[in-house]
Design a protein around this ligand. Structure first.
Ligand code: HEC
Ligand code: HEC
Ligand code: HEC
Length: 419
């Protein structure tokens, strides 16, 4: 769906400059490069407009500090960035400062985009200029006091932002360096996969080790064998990013949006580069916990609920059914110290994203109506500590908090849910 959208816009507008004149071949190459960087940067994932196809914005992005509106970045003069120069655009993308000195919030991943070069942001600018101007006024002042004070971002940047273009490591392969550029730069994987400090900046020393975001959990994607991608092959990582699932796991929630708008549209060589970088850059050293004993009451109650409610799909031995029901044994989503992902799935259900490669996907039913908080906690404790799994027990209070958070929220409403 998304691919055909891009194909259509490329045909409709990509060959023409903003003036309507046919673009020069050189400019076409730059526009195409800009399109690829926009895909890697998932601009559509956040800036998608009410029409479902332009970058005219208007969504609210949920953050711990309140909701931030996503602006219109089509070339509309009044409501978009039509009056911006390439230099204005570059300053926003790489320094987080809009014309007039307005400091942008880091929910906009300029801290990662800063790894791009001026040539890169110029290419994105050329691509954006080649799109239709769409009128869609967006109210930018949505945060409550004191977070609405944009000047505070000056201090935030001093503490949390390291500007500077990406520098390749001469001791590593070209593929590794390409992956490093994408992950740390345009594709901003750390925005979700790195835990946040109390200011919402990257927690130091924990890069890509897993972060929670508004009721979802983005797991450890370092090369850790137990909780990260250490036991995933390059081919498995590529398949997940390209199609939204593999035999180990399926992307739902915010990651489903990343796959839909960004990684499934990226060239396979780039996905391999990303996988190579993630496998080679090192592993987190999360200590392995002792499993909760099978004789523990929580485990006994959990086992009974599992057999009754889950085993029909995920199998009694937690192996699932390849391609249909994810396996729960040695499943990294389940082994994270933070149980957010499991609680969300059991209470709300889940459906993996459909992609060109895998258009239809099986769904996990919501079981929140069937199980009370203690039962949800017990079955979660059970799957985290069976079949070789080991992870901290889950409490009824944790289940209750997730129930309150997801109550009345539609299954697919992720962090980019409301208008
Ligand atoms: C994770 C969500 C997210 C992604 C991905 C994202 N943006 Fe944004 N962007 C935002 C938000 C939120 C703001 C507004 C920040 C503020 O108000 O301080 C913003 C602001 C901007 C602005 C400033 C506009 C203005 O009027 O002030 C530009 C330019 C921009 N984004 C371009 C892009 C481009 C190009 C991409 C893709 C390469 C992109 N963004 C990807 C969320 C995102
Ligand atoms: C908007 C937030 C967000 C961004 C950006 C993001 N992810 Fe994710 N990612 C998630 C969430 C949330 C999950 C868990 C999905 C689930 O539970 O279904 C996830 C899951 C994954 C998984 C599966 C891990 C497992 O153990 O099952 C991989 C691999 C992954 N992401 C890689 C990436 C890469 C590579 C990037 C950058 C190209 C990226 N992600 C960017 C939020 C994000
Ligand atoms: C009708 C079949 C069915 C039943 C019953 C079922 N599940 Fe699932 N489950 C699925 C499917 C399908 C998925 C994959 C959803 C997706 O695509 O995101 C899934 C996903 C999951 C995940 C996320 C795995 C991952 O890698 O992201 C967990 C955890 C899970 N189920 C636990 C349970 C538990 C616990 C129960 C019982 C309380 C249960 N399931 C009952 C079908 C089922």
């Amino acid at each position: 769906m998304r691919k055909s959208f891009f194909a259509a816009t490329m045909l409709a507008t990509g060959l023409f400059a903003a003036t309507g004149a046919r673009a020069e071949p050189d400019n076409f190459t730059e526009v195409e490069r800009g399109r690829q960087l926009s895909v890697a940067g998932d601009c559509m994932g956040c800036h998608i407009g009410p029409d479902g196809k332009s970058l005219s914005g208007g969504h609210m992005l949920e953050t711990p500090f309140g909701n931030i509106s996503v602006p219109n970045i089509t070339p509309d003069n009044e409501t978009g960035i039509g009056r911006w120069s390439a230099a204005d655009f570059d300053k926003a993308m790489r320094q987080g400062i809009a014309p007039g000195g307005m400091h942008l919030y880091p929910a906009f991943p300029y801290t990662a985009f800063a790894k791009m070069s001026r040539q890169d942001t110029d290419a994105i600018y050329a691509y954006l200029r080649a799109q239709d101007a769409v009128r869609n006024p967006v109210n930018r002042d949505t945060l409550p006091f004191p977070f609405n004070i944009r000047m505070a971002m000056i201090g935030w940047n001093m503490l949390n932002f390291t500007p500077g273009e990406f520098k390749p490591d001469p001791n590593k392969s070209a593929e590794y360096n390409r992956g490093a550029f994408l992950v740390e730069g345009p594709a901003h994987c750390g925005l979700c996969h790195t835990p946040r400090n109390f200011m919402g900046g990257d927690k130091s020393g924990a890069h890509l080790e897993g972060g929670d975001l508004q009721g979802w959990f983005a797991p450890d994607i370092t090369a850790n064998n137990r909780v990260g991608l250490g036991s995933w092959s390059i081919a498995e990582i590529v398949e997940y990013l390209k199609t939204g699932s593999n035999d180990r796991s399926a992307a739902s929630g915010p990651m489903a949006e990343v796959v839909q708008y960004s990684t499934s549209q990226m060239p396979e060589a780039d996905l391999r580069a990303i996988a190579t970088y993630l496998k080679e850059r090192g592993a987190s050293n999360a200590p392995a916990p002792q499993p909760v004993a099978a004789t523990d009451d929580r485990m006994k109650r959990g086992a009974a609920i599992y057999d009754d409610t889950c085993a029909a799909c995920h199998a009694g031995n937690g192996q699932g059914a390849p391609g249909i029901f994810p396996r729960l044994a040695n499943n990294q989503n389940i082994l994270q110290a933070d149980p957010t992902a499991i609680l969300r799935v059991v209470l709300q259900g889940a459906q993996a994203v459909g992609t060109d490669a895998k258009p239809t996907t099986p769904a996990m039913p919501s079981l929140g109506w069937r199980l009370n908080d203690q039962q949800v906690a017990d079955v979660a404790t059970y799957i985290r500590n069976s079949w070789g799994n080991a992870a901290p027990a889950v409490t009824a209070d944790q289940a209750k908090a997730m129930r309150e958070r997801t109550d009345g929220v539609a299954m697919f409403e992720g962090i980019r849910g409301g208008h």
